[in-house]
Design a protein around this ligand. Structure first.
Ligand code: NAD
Length: 637
């Protein structure tokens, strides 16, 4: 991605913002790329720490890229902004809670979204050019990206002062206010970065750091505490108006420019948050209550218009400084109910390739659960709620997870070659088809080489399970990719088992289906034998289904019509699970057994029987349990 450079170097995962012309303003894509990198590196033993920095002289990051939010919000679409904020806040929380040291080099402007990216790192390094601030009240918003937590924890009433006036902090101020940890002249940064990359030891930072420069804020702390201790916005304004000092005059002048509703809400947020039980998640959840409503009930769109779009710097705020009704403040902060920020990755975009008997209902279930699903099938099939793309590439582009549900390994490999180059960094290719282990491992290797993750996740449960969302997934591939796909497994299925590295899902599927093929045949053999021995099928079922001969083939999918639960046998052996597909799976098992030099005599016998049934007899297109009518007609010769 051109705006952000993510890579590993030595012992470090490195994230560098590369949009200096836009003061490294954070786009949605950049937020998602940061999150994906953190997910990837969490369990990667080569990465001991994460280092975040930015190109250009002027800014580490001057905020979020709000142009698209404005455009969509103006058109009455608030979902874009809400989804962006949800993803960004989740990324902010991940940075703060990351199990490995995160180190941020904060030069130049570090504002809003930049504080969200660098301000929650475990080690925050500032230099002489650093200018940190939470300027949201000046554009009709409130301090967000977890900034409210930093403000609430700042000494005394500094949080109120910084939030309401949007004042900038130099390096000493940032350290005094708790927005930064260490001071080091920028000339020494490259040396420290190189040492961190080489050693993976965050202890180097404290050894390299210099004493913090003096802080003007620390000097003004007493005055700030006196002036910003008021309960509501009007109390603060009255105190400032009554005070004859440069501090009060400058603060008042800033506040007269800022959005009154934003400042009143900010004040209330800080009062509510400031407690020993404050967590970043609590603050982000409260901020999101405001973000969710700000375009509709706040001054955000007007603030951006005046500051960034028309640049007339004369916003027409909804309220005057003295007359913000308390009810408008509480309305912004009311709990959101089902829209609450829950830090789950529900806004994933999904590409779905292969909308056949299985794929179509699986894709429809994801769409019904609220995911944005874009699908493609060469046969032109569609699924309810799924947006149709005109190529596999178009379905895969921009998706967080691309699911494939295709006939075989050759097609899977061809589709993977087609889509891997256009998949976005950090995305996951989730193949649910049943294919050979070698194809699954090859696709995983190609995905890894392209900086992506792949999971092989074949399913058990058939068309019925796909429609009902009760499939079982057997999954091979990296742990973090499994974690990312887990919410989708929960919707499409009832169980997902992580079986180990790439290919292990297919290995599990092949072994399972080898058992299934052999048990189905022997179950059918037993029914045919029982017929000839004069034992009724019902009696046979009643005994075996509760005796040591029981199996899924007998108990859940009984091949005898009219016996046991409803199954394809009761529907003229219409699949269900076609004998052709069982033959395919047994071939995959035989192929894997040969490659692994495993002796599988019953698997081999089952393969030969299904081969004859499908290729030489009338088995093609019939359910795999139609082995019973085949056997019941036969004699030993
Ligand atoms: P299907 O034939 O109904 O669906 C496969 C779909 O893939 C078709 O619609 C086809 O048009 C499409 N396709 C083929 N090449 C394509 C390409 N290059 N790009 C896009 N689309 C393409 O098969 P299904 O029953 O849905 O099974 C899919 C997979 O699931 C298979 O691997 C199968 O072994 C496995 N499976 C099936 C069942 C079952 O009961 N049907 C159960 C478990 C697993």
């Amino acid at each position: 991605m051109p705006d952000i450079h993510i890579r590993t170097e030595g012992r470090a995962g490195r994230i560098t913002l590369t949009r200096p012309k836009a003061l490294n303003a954070l786009t949605w894509e950049m937020c998602r790329a940061v999150e994906a990198a953190l997910d990837r590196w969490r369990d990667d033993d080569r990465v001991a720490l994460v280092l975040i920095d930015a190109e250009g002289e002027k800014a580490f990051c001057a905020g979020g890229d709000i142009a698209e939010m404005y455009r969509t919000g103006k058109a009455g679409d608030f979902d874009y902004g809400r989804a962006f904020w949800r993803d960004e806040y989740r990324m902010n929380a991940k940075l703060a809670e990351y199990p490995k040291p995160v180190i941020a080099f904060l030069h130049g402007f570090v504002m809003g979204g930049g504080v969200g990216l660098g301000g929650h790192a475990a080690h925050r390094i500032v230099c002489d050019s650093t200018r940190m601030s939470m300027p949201e009240c000046s554009i009709g918003f409130v301090p967000d990206v977890g900034g409210s937590a930093l403000l609430a924890r700042a000494p005394g009433r500094l949080g109120e002062y910084l939030g309401l006036t949007a004042a900038r902090m130099g390096p000493g101020d940032a350290i005094h206010a708790g927005f930064a940890d260490h001071y080091l002249p920028e000339a020494d940064w490259d040396g420290l970065k190189a040492a961190l990359v080489a050693s993976g030891d965050a202890g180097q930072i404290a050894r390299a750091a210099r004493p913090a420069p003096a802080s003007d804020l620390a000097a003004a702390q007493h005055g700030i505490d006196q002036l910003f201790g008021g309960e509501a916005l009007l109390d603060v304004v009255n105190l400032l108006r009554a005070e004859d000092s440069a501090l009060a005059a400058t603060a008042l002048a800033a506040m007269e420019r800022n959005a009154p509703l934003s400042m009143a809400v900010t004040l209330e947020m800080l009062h509510r948050l400031r407690s020993p039980s404050l967590t970043l998640r609590k603050a982000l959840e409260m901020e999101y209550r405001v973000s969710h409503r700000i375009m509709l009930h706040g001054d955000f769109l007007e603030g951006i218009r005046a500051a960034i779009i028309d640049k007339d710097k004369t916003p027409r705020w909804r309220h005057a400084l003295e007359t913000v009704p308390a009810v408008d403040v509480s309305r912004m902060l009311m709990p959101l109910g089902p829209d609450k920020l829950d830090f789950r990755e529900t806004n994933m975009q999904i590409g779905f390739i292969g909308l056949g008997n299985m794929g179509a209902p699986m894709a429809a279930n994801l769409a019904a659960a609220g995911y944005a699903v874009t699908g493609f099938d060469v046969a032109g099939t569609t699924a309810p709620g799924v947006t149709s793309a005109d190529s596999a590439r178009a379905a895969a582009e921009g998706a967080d997870i691309v699911i494939t549900m295709l006939p075989n390994g050759d097609i899977l490999r061809a589709v993977a070659d087609d889509i891997l180059p256009v998949m976005r960094p950090g995305a996951v290719l989730l193949d649910c088809s049943t294919v050979d282990v070698a194809s699954a491992r090859e696709v995983a290797a190609r995905a890894e080489a392209a900086g992506l993750a792949a999971l092989d996740a074949p399913v058990s449960g058939g068309v019925g399970g796909a429609a009902a969302g009760t499939l079982t997934f057997m999954v091979g591939g990296p742990e973090d990719a499994f974690a990312k796909a887990d919410p989708l497994f929960e919707i499409m299925g009832q169980k997902a088992v992580h079986c180990g590295p790439a290919g292990n899902g297919q290995a599990a599927k092949i072994c399972n289906n080898m058992i299934l093929g052999a048990t189905m045949i022997v179950t059918c053999e037993a029914f045919a034998l029982a017929d000839k021995l004069g034992l009724s099928r019902q009696a046979m079922f009643d005994v075996v289904s509760t005796s040591s001969g029981y199996s899924w083939s007998m108990n859940a999918y009984c091949p005898a019509p009219g016996v046991g639960p409803a199954s394809p046998a009761d529907n003229g052996y219409k699949p269900g699970f076609a004998a052709d597909l069982m033959l395919k799976d047994l071939r995959l098992a035989a192929q894997a057994a040969e490659a692994a030099d495993a002796d599988t005599p019953l698997g081999t016998a089952a393969l030969e029987l299904y081969r004859r049934f499908v290729e030489e007899e009338d088995g093609a297109g019939r359910d795999f349990s139609a082995m019973l009518p085949r056997l019941e007609k036969r004699t030993r010769n």
